[in-house]
Design a binder for this molecule. Structure first.
Ligand SMILES: N[C@@H](CCC(=O)N[C@@H](CS)C(=O)NCC(=O)O)C(=O)O
Length: 366
């Protein structure tokens, strides 16, 4: 067996969990190492442009960052067994679902972990033990710092307030209903074998919703087929799966696509408008839920640009079929709502070897 890939991150991290699911499903051998602070973080920021987890070290010593581009890179380097369906419309749906899971489900996942003391105590204890052993301060103080950092960065500090908590939880509850319907019918999101869409959804589910005490109990009670899918994905290898046979995009993905059109794409547009206006915080109402003082994200401007690029690159007649599908579910108009996207020059063109911006944060490098 070849030298394992070095995966540096946390074993309760959203994006580390996403990449672990990818490596396992793809059959790539890896070893998980806990990133150490402050040393690893400083080195990663210097060498890769931003500090974020996970990062991967190849056998030849090169470092990679950003799970979306890391997966695309591995799929190009090692095309078989393929994670993306051959059908270009299905492949586009995978990119869209992956992006939605990465960027929009992040909000309820952070909320459930850091809002409820049960989750926040578990996660702060775990993260401090895992990463901050070298920081010379009392463990109790480090845990308080960790809870404060995460809440001020990702929940209270990113537009989640007492007024909209129910709205944030409604995103998760509706999602469970949609996924329960899907996984009661078939093993994976698009069919009989995992695709990039399942890997994308493993981010919020594997190390957050199906681990943190509050959402886990909700899943157990309301969506047992979703809980089964989490474990099934972890235990599935593409190489052992039946040959890929995909029909048309399943009808039961409709409610998920509609949620993307109603919630995620309007959020991306409001974020792009804020970035264009030079605002670091913005107010936005999404599906009747008001967010005040949400953080801007340059990275998510690029996410929108990427979604457009994937559509534009579709060959005909797939492009037209994708347009019809997106129109049917209210995703087409919001995809193109902003005339020009306020990207930085060359933004993220160095990925997966160099990042320009962090998902939520301020340390742009370009
Ligand atoms: N787009 C990146 C996002 C990575 C990311 O944001 N990871 C989180 C942890 S799951 C992180 O490192 N956050 C940095 C921080 O909290 O400062 C990816 O796909 O890898």
């Amino acid at each position: 067996m070849s030298e394992p890939l070095g995966l540096y991150g946390s074993n309760i991290s959203y994006f580390t969990g996403k990449l672990e699911n990818y490596f396992r499903v793809k059959g790539l051998n890896y070893r998980l190492h806990a990133m150490q602070f402050p040393g690893d973080a400083k080195r990663i920021e210097r060498d890769l442009g931003v500090y974020q987890m996970p990062v991967v070290q190849l056998a030849d010593g090169r470092w990679l960052t950003d799970t979306t581009k890391i997966i695309q890179w591995f799929e190009r380097e090692q095309p078989a067994p393929a994670l993306l369906p051959d059908d270009p419309v299905m492949a586009f749906i995978c990119y869209l679902l992956e992006d939605y899971a990465d960027e929009w489900l992040w909000r309820p996942a952070m909320h459930y972990r850091w809002h409820y003391p049960e989750g926040a105590h578990f996660a702060s204890r775990h993260l401090v033990d895992e990463h901050l052993g070298g920081v010379p301060a009392p463990a109790g103080l480090k845990r308080v710092f960790m809870r404060h950092r995460q809440r001020s960065g990702y929940t209270r500090g990113d537009g989640i307030t007492a007024e909209n908590v129910a709205g944030v939880e409604a995103i998760f509850l509706a999602l469970l209903q949609q996924l329960e319907a899907i996984f009661s019918r078939r093993p994976f999101l698009l069919g009989q074998r995992p695709t990039l869409a399942d890997i994308g959804f493993s981010g919020p589910f594997f190390r957050h919703f199906a681990l943190d005490p509050v959402p886990l109990e909700i899943i157990r009670q309301r969506a047992p087929a979703v809980l089964e899918w989490v474990a099934r994905l972890w235990n599935t290898r593409l190489a052992d799966c039946p040959a890929p046979v995909y029909g048309p995009v399943p009808d039961d993905l409709g409610p998920l696509l509609a949620a993307i059109g109603r919630e995620y794409l309007p959020y991306l547009n409001a974020n792009a408008a804020a970035v264009a206006a030079g605002k670091k915080r913005f107010d936005v109402e999404i599906g009747g839920v008001a967010y005040r003082g949400a953080r801007y994200s340059r990275y998510r401007v690029w996410c929108l640009a990427e979604l457009r690029r994937h559509v534009e690159q579709l060959p005909e007649p797939a492009r037209e079929a994708a347009q019809r599908l997106l129109e049917q579910h209210g995703c087409w108009a919001p995809l193109w709502e902003q005339a020009d996207l306020p990207l930085l020059p060359g933004q993220e063109e160095g990925l997966p070897f160099k990042a320009s911006t962090k998902m939520v944060g301020t340390n742009e490098r370009v």
